[in-house]
Design a binder for this molecule. Structure first.
Ligand code: ATP
Length: 250
């Protein structure tokens, strides 16, 4: 579980996050949604410690990440897996070398253990056949699978995904979403995903935080998203193609 308490963040005069409090639960796909510029990336970066918040608290389970010393923060970072926009793979490393990278950096495993773990992770995301290929030689969907395999290599407790299905066709996007959700449940990870894809919201939105202009405007799950009085959220949902399709079928 990750808990945010009264998070505030400004850049100079610009208030980007205002008093955000929420609990993201373990074993669930927690989504942060909102229009461009609403503060999703700043919030995700704050949660993982790439940005310092001005005030407020971030707890990893019962551990106060905000006031933690450098050494303890480093330990928590080892429990984080990340899938960045576009996959962010190392072009000069093969698929299996990409997945092995965090093991080389952060684990005390023997070479045999690493080999076994890489093989397990590639198998789990169904990409073992491509293990010798390089990122440029595989499709966008496969690159996302590799990014997920790399993110789970160290068996993380917390998984962070920034627009994990950007640039994918709608079918592959849903397949990637579902893979992230399955893995989240298998390892009981606390998974937080930044997205503005309404298909993702409907498919895997077990817990949703809607940010509007840096403020928590709504929280709920996908089943509740059409029943809200919140105008900003209604506008956001209405603007999505999916909602237009649903409306046209009603
Ligand atoms: N390092 C920074 N310095 C100054 N302003 C910043 C910085 N990072 C983000 N901002 C500002 O904070 C606001 C929120 O940006 P953020 O990237 O979090 O939005 P977002 O919701 O993730 O948008 P998108 O969906 O387009 O990625 C924007 O006005 C942005 O210009």
């Amino acid at each position: 579980m990750i808990t945010l308490k009264n998070i505030n963040k400004s850049f100079g005069e610009l208030d980007v996050l205002n008093d955000i409090s929420i609990q993201f639960e373990a074993g669930k796909t927690n989504l942060i949604i909102g229009q461009s510029g609403s503060g999703k990336t700043v919030l995700l970066k704050s949660i993982i410690g790439l940005l310092d918040v001005d005030t407020g608290y971030i707890y990893y389970d019962d551990r106060d990440f905000t006031n933690m010393n450098f050494k303890d923060k480093k330990e928590i970072r080892k429990e984080m897996g990340m899938v960045f926009q576009g996959g962010a793979l190392f072009d000069s490393l093969s698929v299996e070398e990409n997945v092995k990278f965090p093991l080389d950096m952060f684990s005390a495993m023997s070479e045999d253990e690493k080999k076994e773990r890489v093989s397990f992770c590639l198998d789990r995301v169904d990409i073992k056949k491509a293990h010798k290929l390089y990122p440029a030689e595989i499709s966008g969907g496969m690159q996302k699978r590799v990014a997920i395999a790399r993110a789970i290599a160290l068996n993380p407790r917390y998984l962070f995904c920034d627009e994990p299905n950007s640039g994918l066709d709608p079918v592959t996007a849903i397949v990637i979403d579902q893979l992230i959700q399955e893995i989240t449940k298998e390892y009981n990870m606390t998974t937080i995903i930044n997205t503005h894809d309404m298909n993702s919201v409907m498919e895997i939105g077990e817990k949703i935080l809607f940010i509007n202009k840096g403020v928590k405007a709504w929280e709920g799950c996908s089943d509740e998203i059409f029943d809200t009085e919140n105008q900003a959220l209604n506008n956001f949902v209405f603007a999505s193609n999916l909602f237009k399709k649903i409306k046209s079928k009603l």
